[in-house]
Design a protein around this ligand. Structure first.
Ligand code: AP5
Ligand code: ZN
Length: 218
């Protein structure tokens, strides 16, 4: 299984990626998680990316495309992969197309902007794994603690209300165009084209998981 999860910031891409990667035994390639790992490591990339991410802007296409191409060379991608938060621009999508990176499904998780702010406000993350929780909608077993490792959960720096608004603007201006890009490609009759599936992303996490599994089995 090779797929792209598309959706606004806070649509639940990371949350659903956890279920999908387990079911299909594939690695989750989250460019956001990769950038946050670079920040935590204090690398040159991390230092440069942090400023851009805290401003709610996109990191440059060249950097992101390079990161992903390198990641795809690793052995665990042989069995498939799940892109989370990538591609986010036409240039990134074209780069994958040009490189012949095969995609079976594009799965869009649709969530209206009104639901996003509350989701971000209550989000808590486990840094090492990228596991995400919500204080109200998807709480950990013990407040502030990761279920699997017992390590503390943190809030993301870009989850402040002003930054979330900016990220939503960037999504609508630069990423949403990909919904049409993949939809049209799917309908074009090109045998290389991925199938396009759209699910509603509002409702209990497990219900969305079942919708995602059903969409990927069609
Ligand atoms: P990235 O890490 O990709 O963030 P994002 O796309 O903005 O998406 P999020 O991680 O915020 O949301 P999500 O959809 O994963 O939702 P989640 O499951 O966590 O990118 C961060 C930054 O890195 C970007 O702004 C950019 O600067 C840079 N970047 C990354 N990739 C890039 C690229 N390709 N090109 C350029 N720059 C790039 O859920 C959110 C919350 O909601 C959680 O608390 C969760 O528990 C809760 N929740 C989930 N599902 C539900 C539900 N059904 N009901 C209620 N709550 C729910
Ligand atoms: Zn995410």
């Amino acid at each position: 299984m090779r797929l792209i999860l598309l959706g606004a910031p806070g649509a639940g891409k990371g949350t659903q990626a956890n279920f999908i990667k387990e079911k299909y035994n594939i690695p989750q390639i989250s460019t956001g998680d990769m950038l946050r790992a670079a920040i935590a490591a204090g690398s040159e990339l991390g230092i440069a990316a942090k400023k851009v991410m805290d401003a709610g802007q996109l990191v440059s296409d060249d950097i992101i495309i390079g990161l992903v191409k390198n990641r795809l060379k690793e052995a665990d991608c042989a069995n498939g992969y799940l892109f989370d938060g990538f591609p986010r621009t036409i240039a990134q999508a074209d780069a994958m197309k040009d490189a012949g990176v095969k995609i079976d499904y594009v799965l869009e998780i649709a969530v209206p902007d009104e639901s996003i702010i509350e989701r971000m406000d209550g989000r808590r993350c486990h840094q090492g794994s990228g596991r995400v929780y919500h204080v109200k909608f998807n709480p950990p077993k013990v407040d502030g603690i990761d279920d699997v490792t017992g390590e503390p959960l943190v809030q993301r720096d870009d989850d402040r209300a002003e930054t979330v608004k900016k990220r939503l603007d960037v999504y609508h201006n630069q990423t949403e165009v990909l919904l049409g890009y993949y939809n049209e490609w799917a309908k074009s009759g090109d045998p290389m084209a991925p199938k396009y599936r759209r699910i509603e992303g509002v409702g209990p996490v497990e219900e969305i998981r079942d919708r995602a599994f059903a969409a990927l089995a069609e």
